[in-house]
Structure formats: C-alpha cells, structure tokens
Design a protein around this ligand. Structure first.
Ligand SMILES: Cc1cc2nc3c(=O)[nH]c(=O)nc-3n(C[C@H](O)[C@H](O)[C@H](O)COP(=O)(O)O)c2cc1C
Length: 209
C-alpha cells in the first residue's frame, strides 16, 4: 500500500511511489496507491473517534491497517515532511484502539523528493513516525534529489539509478512484509516484550527519590 504524493498535480513524490510499486508488484504483492491529493482529508481533529471521523479518513486508516507492507513518499518541505502528508499520518490516530494498535509490525519503505539534495532529512523525520506507530522501516531508503528534473513527461525517472533504487525498495518491502506475515511477529511475544519494558520502567526508582 503506497501513501503519499503532494497537492501538486504532477507530483514527483507520487511518481516515485508508482515506480516503487512496480518493484513490489514484481515481487508478487497486490498494490494500491493512496494519493494525498485526491484524498481531500480535512485537518486532523484531536479526539475524533472512528464513528465520527470523516469517511475519507476512516477508509484510509482501514485500508492502511489491512496492508502488511507500506511505502511512504513525501516531498521535502522546509527540511521535513509536507503538511498534507503529515496530516494523513495524524489521521492514523484512528488506529490507536486496534489490536494490535497503529501499524504494529508493518514494514515500511521510505521515499522523499526534494528540490535540492537534502531529502534525507525528510526520510529521517519519517523514521521517527515509523517508530512511533510501532512499524519497521526497511534499511534501503530513497531520497530523490532535484525532483523537478528527475522524471520525464510519462512519469519515468530520467536516471536509471533512481528507477532501480525505487523498484528495489518496493521489492524489499514486499519481501520483508511477507516474512513478517509468515512469522506472525506481531502477537503475543511482541506484546509481552512491550509489557515487560513498561513494567521495568515503572519499577525503576526516580532519580529525585
Ligand atoms: C513549501 C515548500 C517548501 C520546500 N522546501 C524545500 C526545502 O527546504 N528544500 C528543498 O530541497 N526543496 C524544497 N522544496 C521543493 C520540493 O521539495 C520539491 O519541489 C518536491 O519535489 C515537491 O514534491 P512534489 O513534486 O511531490 O510536489 C519546497 C517546496 C515547497 C512547495
């Protein structure tokens, strides 16, 4: 499941997602794109539950929850992810009460597109979100530099190296997601580990005591 793009009609981050999905499909995955632009999500409202959430947000959260592997792509805006991409992620708060919650044990591939060459900063920001939502990022990441010239009119990367990296990322997500699914990493051992970690935090004496 690919999530991303921008509010721009010819979004390079959306084009990147589509190329990465080619790799995932080649590795045997059923693929789908969630385009931030066509989602028309309102701004996230804290406290909104599934029952009262806008239809677009509920459907997006459910679709993402059903996928074992995800690919995210955001444009690099002022050194970090774009507001529209982050807003889509904020709506994943609707998954807080799921069992397991949020994106537990999902495998995520990360892409950014930047006007310059600092897109890795955006990927690093995305990694914080991956961890907060209890998912796993694959080690390969693809920051596409100088995105204004990276794709041709048909949405194909002009640079063969970028195309290969994006497709390889898609393949990696499909491969690792399949392994995670087969081994059922998410349940009870994972939950036990988390409970044990919480208990040890609670037992730890506070410094000021
Ligand atoms: C509001 C805004 C902020 C941006 N900030 C940066 C930036 O800090 N560094 C950079 O290299 N490019 C920056 N860019 C350029 C975008 O990263 C670049 O155009 C990107 O490829 C857009 O993705 P898209 O084609 O999916 O819309 C910015 C663009 C916008 C609109």
């Amino acid at each position: 499941m690919a999530l991303g793009g921008s509010m721009r009609p010819n979004s390079s981050s959306l084009m990147s997602l589509k190329i990465a999905l080619e790799g995932a499909a080649e590795a045997g995955a059923a693929t789908e794109v969630i385009d931030v632009r066509t989602l028309e999500l309102p701004m996230y409202m804290p406290g909104t539950d599934g029952e009262h959430a806008p239809e677009a947000a509920r459907r997006m959260a459910e679709t993402i929850y059903s996928a074992p592997g995800l690919i995210w792509a955001s444009p690099h805006y002022h050194g970090t992810v774009s507001g529209s991409f982050k807003n889509a992620l904020d709506w994943l708060q609707l998954l807080a009460d799921q069992h397991p919650p949020f994106l537990t044990d999902k495998v995520i591939g990360l892409i950014s597109t930047a006007g310059g060459v600092q897109g890795l900063q955006t990927i690093n920001t995305m990694e914080y979100v991956v961890r907060a939502l209890r998912a796993w990022a694959v080690p390969l990441v693809v920051p596409v530099p100088q995105a204004w010239q990276a794709f041709d009119e048909d949405g194909r990367p002009r640079d063969q190296g970028i195309e290969t990296q994006l497709q390889t990322l898609g393949k990696e997500v499909a491969r690792v997601a399949q392994r995670m699914t087969l081994r059922e990493v998410s349940d009870p051992a994972g939950e036990c580990a988390e409970a044990a970690a919480r208990a040890s935090q609670a037992d730890r004496p506070r410094r000021d005591q």
